[in-house]
Design a protein. Structure first.
Length: 563
């Protein structure tokens, strides 16, 4: 069910509001920037649309894109076959392309009643959504974190499940709703190789690693029994390349002409004892390497002001995700920008492990907004690469010195509000910043920051994207958009209130998609530069073979399973 555009009268009202807002922002911020000397020692350049930007000075070679704005625009057009900018509405510049949205899935009423109210779903600072597409194309699994459960939707079978009881908490491993999860830490991360959804949980006085694992039933040719094995064996018939735990050949199990139902198991890895998560004060998460074999976290404890201001990268290491043994320290060789005090850059932000193996970190402020920055860390040599930075160099950070949400990435005219997590698009390599307050969902890509979807909240009542009307209103606090290999974005939506009004009565999952991606771009182009599908399948096969080697141990939770 796609949204239709707003009526003419609504559109006129919207444009009038946007114009008034722009005038007010200009009256407030321009004198403020002049009085503060904010634009001194910066350069001004116009983009190809005639818009003037105040750009920070930096040395050539210190950014992964051209310093000159004209050259940067040209390189972007040459690489992607499109301009970096789309329509400008008020302080936003929307990403180019014909973006649409739809209600992808509505949670069944009997399940929705169990996750509404005190049970968190969507529209929260803690919302997290994940999609898995093991073949690199079609999405097979959508996960959303609730309070004491993961909600799972199978778009192929049109089936919904709870993984963990949505009412009863605890720390018990098991199948489906038999598992028990206490209030989740909202630091989860999906491993795109194994499909495991990792999360941390405090059990007694120790924070350990837990995960959800998807298994599918197979028949063995030797004993003719049913075995539940990793779902990756379905990809390109990998099950033909392994022997069953009983020594025979494997064949998928079908019922009434359809692939038999998957089983989801929650397991705990007590060998991995997690210390601190590196990065921002709010928005940290588990960082899983692209090959699924390592995980980043910090050792020791950050306390007091040191933890608030620091990023913990000096104490961060890469650990084996199975054994918990350190593989290597991060050993950052360049200076890491410190967070600042108060509701300022670094207190909110996002981390993610990119498909290229780099760690990406955003340092943004809180509700009021202000300057921000994002950088990457190359683990192999410890190099820090600044991707954008609108922070003033010669004065303390202050709120709202700027009035533009989007623009050239090194512009002092950029305004960042709360971003709690981020992800990378497998198709383009763009970093997607999900946010709440006024942030909406934004994209960093090759030296430009632009908006995918805005917001409809509080004093910033505006269409989330031109032409989307009021049907898609809930971008506020949609902190973790999930990116599919083809570039689609998935966001959990909710029964919630904004401005005192109930927006939706049932939880749902929203999909945002483009209909005009450049034809020459492969579906999974960016990710496959670093991990071709052949290599990914080898990693999947290795994971499945190790699972089968330890089948007796892995199967303990499923022995009572009756097909």
């Amino acid at each position: 069910m796609s949204a239709t555009g707003a009526g003419i009268s609504d559109r006129v009202k919207y444009i009038m509001r946007a114009a008034v807002f722009s005038v007010i922002m200009g009256l407030i911020f321009v004198p403020l920037m002049i009085l503060s000397g904010y634009t001194d020692d910066n350069r001004r350049e116009k983009d190809s649309a005639g818009r003037e930007w105040v750009l920070k000075e930096w040395k050539d070679g210190t950014r992964p894109y051209p310093r000159d704005l004209g050259k940067r625009e040209q390189s972007y057009r040459d690489r992607w076959g499109e301009n970096w900018f789309g329509p400008r509405i008020s302080q936003r510049i929307y990403t180019p392309g014909n973006w649409n949205w739809e209600t992808y899935h509505s949670v069944p009423k009997d399940m929705a009643v169990l996750i509404k109210g005190r049970h968190i779903w969507g529209n929260s600072t803690n919302v997290m959504t994940f999609v898995w597409a093991p073949g690199g194309r079609e999405v097979t699994d959508v996960y959303v974190i609730a309070d004491r459960t993961f909600y799972h939707y199978d778009p192929l079978a049109k089936r919904s499940r709870f993984i963990g009881d949505p009412v009863k908490g605890g720390d018990v491993d098991g199948m489906m709703e038999e598992a028990r999860l206490n209030s989740l830490q909202r630091d989860a991360a999906l491993d795109h190789v194994t499909g495991r959804l990792y999360f941390s949980q405090r059990i007694e006085k120790k924070i350990v690693l837990r995960f959800v694992e998807k298994l599918l039933p197979y028949k063995c040719s030797v004993k003719d029994n049913i075995l539940y094995l990793p779902a990756v064996l379905e990809i390109n018939k990998l099950y033909k390349k392994v022997r069953s735990p009983d020594g025979g050949n494997l064949e998928p199990l079908f019922e009434n002409g359809k692939r038999s139902e998957a089983v989801f198991v929650v397991r705990t890895n007590n060998l991995v004892s997690i210390g601190r998560l590196p990065g921002t004060n709010r928005g940290s998460r588990l960082l899983v390497r692209p090959d699924g074999k390592g995980i980043y976290y910090a050792t020791g404890k950050g306390t007091g002001e040191g933890w608030w201001l620091g990023t913990m990268y000096d104490k961060t290491g890469l650990f084996d995700i199975e054994t918990g043994k350190m593989i290597r320290k991060l050993d950052v060789t360049d200076a890491i920008p410190e967070n600042l005090k108060g509701d300022s850059p670094g207190t909110h932000g996002g981390n993610n492990a990119g498909f290229d193996g780099k760690v990406y970190t955003a340092q943004h402020g809180g509700a009021g907004g202000g300057p921000g920055r994002m950088f990457s860390i190359t683990p192999e040599n410890g190099r820090v690469t600044m991707l954008y930075d609108s922070m003033p160099e010669d004065r303390p950070w202050k709120k709202m010195l700027s009035s533009f949400f989007d623009g050239p990435a090194d512009s002092t005219s950029l305004w960042f509000t709360s971003t709690l997590w981020q992800t990378q698009c497998p198709r383009t390599g763009a970093i997607m910043n999900g946010g709440w307050d006024n942030s909406g969902i934004r994209r960093y890509h090759d030296g430009f920051v632009t908006t995918v979807a805005g917001h409809y909240y509080g004093g910033f009542h505006a269409e989330p994207r031109p032409g989307w009307g009021k049907g898609f209103r809930n971008v506020h606090k949609s902190s973790n958009p999930a990116a599919a290999p083809n570039g689609d974005l998935f966001v959990a939506d909710v029964n919630s209130k904004a401005g005192g009004k109930t927006l939706f009565t049932e939880p749902r999952i929203v999909r945002m998609y483009r209909t005009d991606w450049p034809e020459e771009q492969p579906v999974n182009g960016y990710a496959e530069q670093f991990m071709p599908k052949e290599k990914r399948e080898l990693l999947m096969l290795d994971y499945a073979m190790r699972y089968i080697e330890n089948f007796e141990q892995n199967n303990k939770l499923l022995k009572s399973r009756k097909y």
